[in-house]
Design a protein around this ligand. Structure first.
Ligand code: SAM
Length: 190
């Protein structure tokens, strides 16, 4: 299953950190693309830099867009599924089984109020609980429930740095592009 994210709305400067977090969560929790409206190019650059260091640039990208409607219509034309996350929707647990059967999902989240027409364009309006909270929380829970935790086993290819999990302290390994097996000097292994 492939999941992309569409973030509608971005209040300049005020939302920079939140929008960056949307992109980082999307990347770390297994989605392959984020479309963003109204965000600054510098924000995309920040996330691109992080992806370059931590890996997965061939599997994840960000596209700045000016027209969310066109993206949604293109996805619908291709027969792909649009899931809008909103506190007014149907609880995720009531739809999770059918959603997991989809092959391609565009999950849409807002910044403030989203345009009314999106509720009709979406194949599913899904609530992560029917209380107001945050698009970052809603996206995290949605991706985690969809991928059932398997997203954390994913390999982030071509990482320059990698964390070695530790019970205490921080262990970060710098990766070399080509590594040589210690016991065999015949040539490189990837
Ligand atoms: N009144 C908005 C709404 O319709 O959910 C809340 C705005 S909230 C600051 C920004 C975004 O967070 C929303 O557009 C929605 O995508 C997401 N969100 C917030 N609470 C949610 C919930 N309980 N379930 C699903 N998505 C939620």
């Amino acid at each position: 299953m492939k999941i992309s994210v569409l973030r509608i709305g971005h209040r300049l400067v005020r939302d920079d950190r939140l929008t960056t977090h949307v992109a980082l969560v999307a990347r770390a929790f297994g989605s392959e693309k984020v479309y963003m409206t109204d965000a600054a190019d510098s924000l995309k650059q920040t996330v691109d830099e992080i992806t370059k260091s931590w890996g997965g640039s061939s599997d994840f990208n960000i596209e700045l867009i000016s027209n969310w409607n066109r993206v949604v219509m293109n996805w619908k034309r291709e027969g792909k599924t649009i899931v809008h996350l909103t506190m007014y929707g149907i609880p995720l647990g009531d739809r999770i089984k059918e959603l997991r059967r989809e092959k391609n999902i565009l999950v849409v989240i807002g910044a403030e109020k989203v345009p009314r027409e999106l509720y009709d364009l979406a194949n599913y309006n899904i609530a992560i609980g029917n209380q107001p909270h945050s698009e970052v929380a809603a996206l995290s829970i949605f991706l985690d429930r969809m991928f059932e935790g398997k997203q954390f086993n994913r390999e982030f290819r071509d990482a320059k740095i990698k964390i070695i999990p530790a019970a205490k302290g921080k262990i970060v390994r710098e990766m070399t592009p080509v590594s040589y097996e210690k016991s065999d000097s015949k040539g490189p292994t990837t």
